[in-house]
Structures are given as C-alpha cells and as structure tokens.
Design a binder for this molecule. Structure first.
Ligand code: PLP
Length: 305
C-alpha cells in the first residue's frame, strides 16, 4: 500500500519537474548590437540548469519508459551535468551514481551531488575513458541501471534542445550557443531545420581544436548552411581563461545583472561582441543568445576573480 502510494507520488513529481518552465527572452544592452536578446534557460532551475534540463528531460522519460530506476552517469569534478542529473534524479524517483574523473576531491559541485543522493565513484583517468566498460563491469547485474552518457549526449538530449526553438515567438537572424560535446548545438540545428527558419546558428566550442563538433552534430542531423562554427574563442581550452575573459565577465555582469560562467557562456558572449565589432554580425540584426546556465563553473575559478 505504502509502496503503491510512493510510486504514484514519484510519478506526479516527475511530471512536475519537467512540465512547467520559466525561460523568458529578454533584451539586453550590448553595444554595438542594438537587438541582442537572451533566452534565459539559466532561470529554468538553479541545479538542473539551462541546457542540462533540456537534455535530461527526454533522457529521464526514456529511462522511465524502460522501467529503469537508477541513473548511472559520468563527469568531471566540476560537471554541471552531474549536479543536474543528481537533482533531477532525486526529484523524479530515481537513484543516481556517477563515475567522477580523477582522484577524490571535495568541492561545491560534488557537495550538491552528494546532498541530492548521488553515489560518487572516483575513477582514474585511464579507466574513465571507456564509459561502457565502466558501466558494464559495475552494473551489468543491476537491471534497474540506465546508462546516461557524459554530458547527457544522446538523441533524446537533442530532442529536448530542439524544443528551445519551438518556444521562440519571433524570427532571429542569428542564434548563438556555447558548445562542449555539441549535443545542444545539434538539437538547436534540428529545431531550426524543422521549422524551416533562415536563422544562422553560431556555435562557440569551448575546447581547443574542436572541429570534431561538426562530426558530432552530423550524428544527429545533416549539417546545413545554417551552421557557423567559430573555433577561435576557446581562450586556451576547456576551463581555461585569460585576464581579458575575466574582466569581460566582471563588466558584463555589473552592467546587465546576468551572471556568466567562465567555462561556457562568457566565451559565447565574448564571441558575439567580437563578431559584432568585426561587422560579421550587423548592428541592427536580431541576435538571440542562449544562456545555457551552468553557474557552478564560477566556483571552480574563485581565485581568478
Ligand atoms: C554543459 C554545458 C554546455 C555544453 O553543452 P553541450 O551540449 O555539451 O555542447 C554549454 N553551456 C553550459 C552552461 C553547460 O553547462
């Protein structure tokens, strides 16, 4: 009886977590651009933030449909994806486990993961590489376990990210988004293609030498002329910053009231301004920046500010 009620309650919670969201489009002053708008996916949830919410939505639905109750995933010690998965799992009736890359550490991100009930397995970098092997050797006998790739990379994730485009009520000349794996970019491209829009999709990879992103996107949708990859705004590579990027964040946040993280969204906004200054983006054109959330990235770089 209690079990039955618990099941019903969990089902209700699941719907509650993923049905209603608040992600307005807001205009901000950002010279030289006159029409810069921001899609505030960062406001969707403090922990299941931005694109991580978009990606997990259909992953959890699939796991639920497959009658799985245990999410097993992978990430670095500052991974936004880990916190998001832990939070989403705890609110939707799943348990969660994460393989965390590298030796055991303590930080704000992992503290939240633990509080949301996620079991953490610290894994040396060598073993971490083969995620399917880690999953199979630890959870082969757990029929409830559901494999969620690092960063949530999957077809389900792209379906959730394409929904960002469904929510837009006016056309934009350009949409900008930061990229790690490129899954969010693939979803946005699918959305643009499906709606038959002329919008250009500008992707800012935050890793150095990230031409692989194009192949990654092509796994999910044909690469069309909508896509513009900008490979020169990595600032030295993943989680690397420069004094110019840090001072950009300080100025931007003080003037707009929007927080940026140094790993993803700051690099995107910096690129937008740079491309506008170069005249590659016209001053009068309508530009939409996707704020993919992820403010945990700030905590990994406290000493830089
Ligand atoms: C994870 C993350 C991204 C990267 O998303 P991908 O789908 O892996 O490209 C972008 N922005 C923020 C804030 C993130 O946390």
């Amino acid at each position: 009886m209690v079990q039955k009620h618990l099941k019903y309650f969990r089902c209700f919670l699941f719907l509650h977590v993923f049905e209603e969201i608040y992600s307005p489009v807001q205009k901000i002053a950002f010279p030289p651009l006159k029409n810069l708008f921001v899609k505030r996916d960062d406001l969707i949830d403090p922990y299941i933030s931005g694109n991580k919410w978009r990606k997990l939505k259909h992953i959890l639905a699939k796991a639920k449909a497959d009658r799985k109750t245990h999410l097993v995933t992978f990430g670095g010690a500052y991974s936004n994806h880990l916190v998001a998965t832990a939070a989403a799992a705890s609110r939707s009736g799943f348990t969660s486990t994460a393989f965390v890359r590298g030796e055991e550490v303590k930080n704000e991100t992992l503290l939240l993961c633990r509080l949301f009930g996620m079991k953490l397995i610290f894994t040396d970098r060598e073993s971490y590489r083969d995620k399917h092997n880690l999953f199979n050797s630890n959870f082969a006998s757990d029929e409830q376990a559901y494999f969620v790739n690092e960063g949530g990379a999957s077809m389900e994730a792209t379906i959730g990210c394409a929904e960002i485009i469904n929510e837009l009520t006016v056309p934009y000349d350009h949409i900008f988004c930061a990229a790690g794996t490129g899954t969010t970019a693939a979803g946005l491209l699918r959305g643009i293609q499906r709606h038959g829009l002329d919008t250009k999709l500008h992707i800012i990879p935050v890793l150095k030498g990230a031409s692989f992103i194009q192949e990654e996107i092509a796994k999910y949708t044909p690469v069309s002329t909508h896509l513009k990859l900008h490979l020169d705004y990595h600032f030295g590579g993943y989680a690397k910053t420069t004094p110019a990027l840090i001072s950009f964040i300080k100025n931007f946040t003080a003037k707009s009231g929007l927080l940026l993280d140094p790993v993803y969204t700051a690099k995107m906004f910096y690129a937008i301004r740079d491309l506008a200054k170069q005249g590659i983006i016209g001053k009068e054109e309508k530009v939409l920046a996707i704020h993919t959330g992820g403010l945990m990235g700030l905590f990994g770089m406290k000493d830089k500010f």
